[in-house]
Each structure stands twice: as C-alpha cells, then as structure tokens.
Write a protein that binds this ligand. Structure first.
Ligand code: SF4
Length: 211
C-alpha cells in the first residue's frame, strides 16, 4: 500500500493541541477557489509505502503530543489513509486530527470504515467568501467534528472563536532556503508574509491548510 505524500513535519504547533506530527497528503480533487495549498493539488511524485512511512515516523511519534493529517485531500487516497490511521493507532496513543475538504455527510461511508481511528475531523471545503473567525478553521462553514472520547478530551476546547493568542503559522526553513508555512493563515497575512520573504530572496511554498 503506497501513499502519495507531500511532506511530513515535526513539531507543528498550529494545527491542534501540543507539539504535533504533521503529515500532508499530496493530491486534491476538490480545488476550492482561494486555496493556498495549490502545490498539493497534483498527484505528486513521492510515493511511500505505509510500513516504511510508519517506520520513519517512529522517532517523532515518541516525542509528539498529537498527529494531524492534512493535504491535499487525505480522503482522495482512502485505502492509504485507512492503512496509515490503523498503523498510527497501533503504534501510539496520540490523538489524531484529520482535515478534509469533503462534508461530514459525504464522508459517512469512509468514517464508518475508519470508526475509532479519527479522533477529530475538520470537514467541509474552504470557502473564501465565508468569515474566518473560528479556531483551527480556514473558513467558518467548516466544522470541527469530535468523533471519539479522546477527540472530545483533546479538542473540545477548540469549538470556539479564534483568540488573539492563537498562533497562526509555523514557519519552517528547508536546507535549500525554501520557506514552508503550516497552520491556518489569516487572510491577508499570508500574502504579506509571502511578499516579505520573496523580497528577501526566499522561495516560498505553502503547506498551510485552508480546508
Ligand atoms: S482547501 Fe483543501 S480541499 Fe480545498 S482545494 Fe485546497 S487542499 Fe483541496
């Protein structure tokens, strides 16, 4: 079983509680207008076996306080998503938060198959016309669904408006000078930041998510 992977990063502090392991799937067929993760739309070239990926993640899982799966669209690779979720569940007690651009209703068959494996799901597509005032969400039409007791325990406190203290973005510098951003950027921030970094000679790519 292989997964088309965009990237993995640890620690991510803006997509759920604690220092989290972030796993971004490559490929999205939803294509919301205004998506700033367009680099994750295509099918991608980096395919990894689930067992190999889990092995690579092992040191980070030992340190992480949670796992966030995003993309791209994780449910566009459902067999691989399911296998990854099963592997993560077997190898760690961490909470698992998944971002999807599909509605909760659309995902019912898959969620039944993955029952107990996803603690919290942020569902629904990014809507650029919608307000952006809720924690963890890029637009207010998106829902935070708490699917397990662990999900309630870890993420119920995010059913709230954004607060000034909420950190919006993690910035990551790759060896080649590229800058990656993870998190839920506020609307104008990302454009301002992109211009600023480009002016300083950095290549800018975003894995920030707007599901
Ligand atoms: S916001 Fe998410 S679901 Fe929408 S196009 Fe971008 S990657 Fe796909």
């Amino acid at each position: 079983m292989e997964l088309s992977l965009s990237r993995v990063h640890f620690p991510v502090t803006t997509l759920g509680p604690g220092r989290r392991l972030g796993i971004w799937f490559q490929g999205c067929s939803i294509r919301c207008p205004g998506c700033i993760s367009a680099d994750t739309w295509g099918p991608g070239k980096r395919h990894v076996g689930i067992a190999q990926l889990l092995e690579q993640l092992r040191p980070w899982l030992a340190e992480a306080e949670g796992v966030t799966l995003s993309g791209g669209e994780p449910f566009d690779q459902f067999p691989a998503l399911l296998a990854l979720l099963q592997g993560l569940r077997q190898s760690s007690p961490l909470d698992i938060l998944v971002y999807s651009g599909y509605s909760l209703e659309h995902l019912q068959p898959q969620l039944q198959q993955a029952e107990g494996l996803i603690d919290a799901l942020i569902s629904d597509p990014f809507d650029e016309r919608s307000e952006q005032s809720l924690a963890l969400r890029g637009s207010d039409n998106q829902r935070l669904n708490l699917l397990t007791p662990l999900g309630h325990q870890r993420l119920a406190s995010y059913q709230r408006p954004l607060q000034p203290a909420d950190q919006a973005l993690d910035l990551m510098f790759d060896e080649n000078g590229s800058v990656w951003m993870a998190g839920i950027p506020r609307r104008d921030d990302v454009l301002r930041l992109r211009d600023l970094l480009k002016a300083q000679g950095h290549q800018v790519r975003t894995s920030a998510h707007r599901h």
